[in-house]
Design a binder for this molecule. Structure first.
Ligand SMILES: Cc1cc2nc3c(=O)[nH]c(=O)nc-3n(C[C@H](O)[C@H](O)[C@H](O)COP(=O)(O)O)c2cc1C
Length: 173
C-alpha cells in the first residue's frame, strides 16, 4: 500500500477486538514513533504502555467512555517540555514533537492491521496522579491500540475532510 493509501485508510478506531497485541508488534509500532523527526532532534517524548487490566481500568477514569475499556493496550504519549527546543520567542515545541511521533505511531499501527484513536479530551490532572508520572512529564495524548472489532467502522466524521481549495493557499491567503 502506498503511504497516501495508508493515510487514507487509517481511521479512529473506537471498538476493539478482545485480543492482545503481541509485545513485538507494539515495539514495531513504537519504533515508528522513535523514528519521527523533532525540533533540533531533541526528542522530548515518552511512551508509557499500559496493558495491565487493572491499570487500564484505572486509566479509564480519566476518560470515561465504554469503548476505551475495550482496548487491550493504551499508549500514554507524554512530553518532557524541559528537553524540547524553544523558538526565540519562547514557544516550546514539545507538543508538536509528540504529535509527529504519535502520527508516525498511528500510521505504523494501521499498516500492522491495528487500530488507534487519539484521545486528548482526558482529565490530565487525574492521569498524572493515576499514572504517577514524574515531575516534568506531561501526558499529551492517550492512544488506545488494538485489533478492530468485527463490526468496527469509521465514524461519519472520518469521511469529512475540507476540500483542498479551502486549506491550500498559493502565494497568499
Ligand atoms: C489532537 C487530536 C485529539 C483528539 N481527541 C479525541 C478524543 O479525545 N476523543 C475521541 O474520541 N477522538 C479524538 N480524536 C479523533 C478525532 O475525532 C478524529 O481524528 C477526527 O474526527 C477524524 O476522524 P478519523 O481519525 O477517523 O479520520 C482526536 C484527534 C486528534 C488529532
Amino acid at each position: 500500500m502506498s503511504v497516501l493509501d495508508l493515510m487514507r485508510s487509517r481511521y479512529s478506531l473506537r471498538a476493539f477486538a478482545n485480543r492482545p497485541v503481541p509485545r513485538d508488534t507494539l515495539l514495531a509500532v513504537l519504533e515508528a514513533a522513535r523514528s519521527a523527526p523533532s525540533a533540533c532532534n531533541n526528542q522530548p517524548c515518552h511512551f508509557l504502555v499500559i496493558q495491565d487490566l487493572l491499570a487500564r481500568a484505572a486509566l479509564a477514569a480519566c476518560y470515561p467512555r465504554d469503548w476505551l475499556r475495550t482496548a487491550p493496550a493504551v499508549i500514554v504519549c507524554c512530553a518532557e517540555p524541559a528537553k524540547a527546543w524553544r523558538r526565540a520567542d519562547g514557544k516550546n515545541h514539545a507538543d508538536i514533537d509528540v504529535a509527529i511521533a504519535v502520527d508516525h505511531l498511528t500510521l505504523a499501527a494501521a499498516e500492522a492491521g491495528l487500530g488507534t484513536c487519539w484521545v486528548c479530551a482526558f482529565d490530565a490532572v487525574k492521569a498524572r496522579t493515576i499514572l504517577q508520572l514524574p515531575d516534568g512529564i506531561e501526558p499529551v495524548a492517550l492512544i488506545p491500540i488494538g485489533y478492530p472489532a468485527k463490526d468496527a467502522v469509521p465514524a461519519a466524521l472520518h469521511a469529512r475532510r475540507k476540500p483542498i481549495e479551502e486549506i491550500v493557499h498559493w502565494e497568499r491567503m
